[in-house]
Design a protein around this ligand. Structure first.
Ligand code: 0PR
Length: 387
């Protein structure tokens, strides 16, 4: 750190200069991210209440209370009349909390069975908690292979994990079957719907055929669902919802030095952004179910337009028809790495995975962006005689 401070205008100028090469969601060129430009209203609430710390219920009891209302609203979306949970730093923390609770519930057991499609944060949570990872292959629909799950269950198994909206392809595992297995074998079942949580309930309403994934299924114990992904809230806003309060009680800690006595917390971090909680509260109220329904409808229209275009490009194919607004593109005779590089030269940001390229059609991606993208993609395929 330099000894003397600099003028704000100088610092700000340097900041702007340094960051100007980075893309914005607004440009429509980011197709690689599960985050998006947060909604203006949520941002205004976030900045207005920036100093709030929901981690201290003695100082900010109203924010604490409003977090409970947020949990109730999200619980409602997930068919849970008695939810408990928190707004946390992200899906990774949500997944960690869920497995921590699971470990406390099923003492003496250590095996956690997850699909190969699970987000990396689950493997990390298993490592942090010193549990034993069992990864299960996928079936031809890229869902967890239930027969393999069955074979992997033994008397050391403590939890199953299902994904509802996989990171790579937006696939929903057969959570109903996992739920049955969890109930039969007395296992904890966690569902990672960090992305899909703010999509699937609306897809259902729009008439898409999607699997059940929520607390309607009796075996489901907890669900990760992130407002800072398809919930359009500012980062950091992950969400973890448990079936009822008894789960959180297992990881609650009493802090004796609050402003006028004790308070409790059950998250990894003790200081937490109250602004994030209030932004989620405000946006859920402002949008309501119908607001999110509109967003998901638009994202699906753009996704379907993209699918049509991809189907027309010789040499490229879909990994699978998209379940939600995540599209995987593969090719047998074209080096996708080259395509990604060419697209990058034209300013597009897309994800390159070992088997396919991934496009996430977030709300900042409009139809005209996709038209432009596909025009570039076609040109690249043609130009390089991939055709
Ligand atoms: N669970 C699932 C299914 C996820 O896809 C992710 C994040 C998480 C949990 C973890 O959530 P947090 O990142 O909030 O802790 N998946 C995104 C991805 O891998 C993370 C991301 C987001 C990466 C935006 C890049 C980016 O620009 O795509």
């Amino acid at each position: 750190m330099q000894r003397k401070g600099l003028l704000k205008s100088y610092v700000f100028h340097e900041l702007k200069e340094r960051l100007k090469c980075e893309p914005t969601y607004e440009s429509g060129m980011i197709l690689s991210s599960m985050c998006t430009k947060p909604h203006k209203f949520a941002v205004s609430i976030f900045t207005k209440f920036i100093e709030k710390n929901v981690g201290d219920a003695t100082l900010f009891p109203k924010v604490f209370e409003m977090e409970k209302e947020v949990v109730k609203m999200i619980g409602d979306l997930l068919s849970n009349p008695h939810p408990s949970g928190h707004i946390v730093s992200g899906g990774s923390e949500g997944n960690l909390l869920a497995l921590w609770v699971a470990r406390k519930m099923k003492k003496g057991k250590n095996k956690v069975i997850i699909p190969k499609s699970a987000h990396v944060s689950l493997r990390r949570a298993i490592d942090i908690l010193n549990l034993k990872l069992v990864e299960v292959n996928l079936n031809q629909n890229f869902q967890v292979n239930i027969n393999e799950v069955k074979r992997a269950i033994d008397d050391k198994t403590l939890a199953l994990v299902g994904v509802a909206g996989s990171t790579d392809l937006g696939i929903i595992d057969p959570i109903d079957e996992l739920s049955e297995l969890a109930s039969t074998h007395d296992l904890y079942l966690h569902v990672d719907a960090a992305f899909g949580g703010f999509v699937i309930p609306f897809l259902k309403e729009l008439g898409y055929k999607v699997n059940d994934f929520d607390f309607r299924l009796k075996g489901v114990d907890s669900i990760t669902i992130d407002p800072h992904k398809m919930g359009l809230c500012p980062i950091p806003a992950g969400g973890i919802i448990f079936r009822n309060e008894s789960y959180l009680n297992l990881i609650k800690e009493r802090i004796p030095y609050g402003a006028y006595g004790e308070f409790e917390y059950a998250t990894i971090t003790s200081t937490r952004s109250g602004a994030a909680v209030l932004a989620v509260w405000a946006l859920l109220k402002h949008f309501g179910f119908e607001g999110y329904l509109k967003i998901v409808r638009k994202c699906m229209r753009v996704t379907e337009a993209l699918v049509e275009e991809i189907n027309e490009i010789k040499g490229l194919a879909l990994m699978t028809p998209p379940i939600m607004n995540i599209v995987g593109i593969r090719s047998e005779n074209i080096d996708l790495h080259l395509i990604v590089n060419e697209l990058a030269k034209r300013g597009w940001f897309i994800s390159y995975l070992p088997t396919h390229i991934r496009l996430v059609i977030m709300p900042h991606v409009k139809l005209w962006h996709i038209k432009r993208f596909c025009k570039d993609l076609k040109e690249i395929v043609k130009l390089h005689k991939f055709d």
